[in-house]
Design a protein around this ligand. Structure first.
Ligand SMILES: NC(=O)c1ccc[n+]([C@@H]2O[C@H](COP(=O)([O-])OP(=O)(O)OC[C@H]3O[C@@H](n4cnc5c(N)ncnc54)[C@H](OP(=O)(O)O)[C@@H]3O)[C@@H](O)[C@H]2O)c1
Length: 351
């Protein structure tokens, strides 16, 4: 039995840049598990750009529900250890994932769908990979990168692929998966250090910083004959530059539009959508979670690539539950690399 634990709450909606005082850390009572429930001690919790959309007063229609004020933040993927189980198939000591994140303990009902199936309580195989990998390459990030390339963009060997936000969680996997699938990859990022990282560690074929020069110029230098696929994590001006660079029959996987998430009002969209008509382009939005049935197969494929050394997962780890809000603020500002995670108990870091 655990009497209480800390949780992060949203105390006011964000309209414009997210600030630490949008949040409070609260000590709350922990409910003992009833029949069909488990009590989990959370160890790792995910920090995702999409959380920012759910902190608006009114989030995008069709997306995950917005967060209630002054309440635990439901619907954030988390990995932890079962302390007590009253549910079939779960035993104390099991490593599980579920969607009751940004808190130290959670009482979770088995079999209740969460995050479109990507956050439904499930036991993880820690013989395959360490627990935090399931928040990154072996979880929704890997599935999103794979589904975006293979399904949304219908990737073909030999394609020239541009990946934006290429040093991040999804982008770093999209770069490496596209390379593993036989494509030439152009990566864009937000700093010289990240350019070096994507060339050296992710083995992108070309890279540039979106802060250096107009995007069109950088893209022309990196891909003089144009691109076949754009994996869009950013939207806005990035998408506009891609539409001008895509060759006839080109495809865009619309993964996200982070350029707009932390603004009070969206920036103007691409002004050149006619390029899609002129060149027979396909722009397809997608959610990784729509492909949850493929997760076991995609996990096996990515785990094999990791074993062979053709895919390297990267993480930014922040310590202590209280660091979660700042970690999200830093992610939105481009101050993290790879999958951004919070190790909930700072004393476990060995520091
Ligand atoms: N469709 C899906 O199912 C799905 C699932 C997960 C994530 N997503 C989307 O995928 C995208 C990446 O998510 P992630 O979790 O992998 O985050 P991430 O890439 O780890 O972090 C976000 C990165 O976006 C870049 N960024 C922020 N503002 C920018 C701007 N104005 N212009 C250009 N780049 C900017 C920053 O990188 P730089 O320093 O390089 O600028 C930052 O590091 C997001 O749009 C997210 O919503 C979609």
């Amino acid at each position: 039995m655990v009497a209480s634990g800390r949780e992060v709450r949203l105390v006011r909606h964000a309209d414009g840049a997210l600030e630490p005082d949008h949040f409070a850390i609260v000590e709350a009572p922990i409910r003992d598990p009833a029949d069909g429930e488990v009590l989990v001690r959370n160890r790792w919790t995910s920090v995702d750009p999409g959380l920012r959309l759910r902190m608006r007063e009114t989030g995008p229609a069709g997306y995950f529900e917005g967060f209630a004020l002054d309440a635990p933040l439901d619907g954030i993927l988390t990995v932890g250890e079962v302390l007590e189980s009253r549910a079939d198939g779960f035993r104390p000591g099991d490593t599980v994932w579920h969607a009751a994140g940004w808190r130290e303990y959670a009482t979770v009902r088995a079999g209740v769908p969460a995050l479109n199936g990507l956050g439904t309580l499930a036991v993880l195989d820690t013989a395959v990979a360490p627990p935090p990998a399931y928040l990154g390459a072996l979880g929704g990030m890997g599935l999103t990168a794979y589904a975006g390339l293979v399904h949304a963009a219908e990737l073909t060997e030999g394609d020239v692929v541009w990946v934006s936000a290429a040093a991040g969680a999804v982008g770093s996997l999209a770069v490496q998966l596209a390379r593993a699938l036989g494509c030439r990859v152009v990566a864009s990022v937000g700093s010289a250090e990240k350019v070096e990282h994507v060339l050296r560690d992710l083995r992108a074929d070309a890279a540039f910083s979106h802060r250096d020069r107009p995007l069109a110029e950088s893209l022309r230098a990196a891909a003089p004959d144009g691109i076949d696929v754009y994996f869009d994590n950013v939207g806005g001006e990035h998408l506009e530059a891609a539409l001008n660079a895509l060759r006839p029959g080109g495809r865009v996987a619309l993964c996200g539009a982070i350029a707009d998430y932390d603004r009070a009002r969206p920036a103007s969209g691409p002004s050149n959508l006619f390029q899609a008509t002129a060149n027979g382009l396909t722009l397809r939005g997608f959610r990784g979670s729509a492909y949850v049935d493929e997760l076991p197969a995609v996990q096996r494929r990515i785990a094999n690539w990791i074993d062979e050394g053709s895919v390297r997962p990267f993480e930014t780890v922040r310590d202590g539950l209280e660091s979660a809000p700042e970690a999200l603020i830093d992610l939105l500002a481009g101050r993290t690399v790879g999958k951004t995670l919070v190790r909930i108990d700072a004393t476990e870091s060995g520091a």
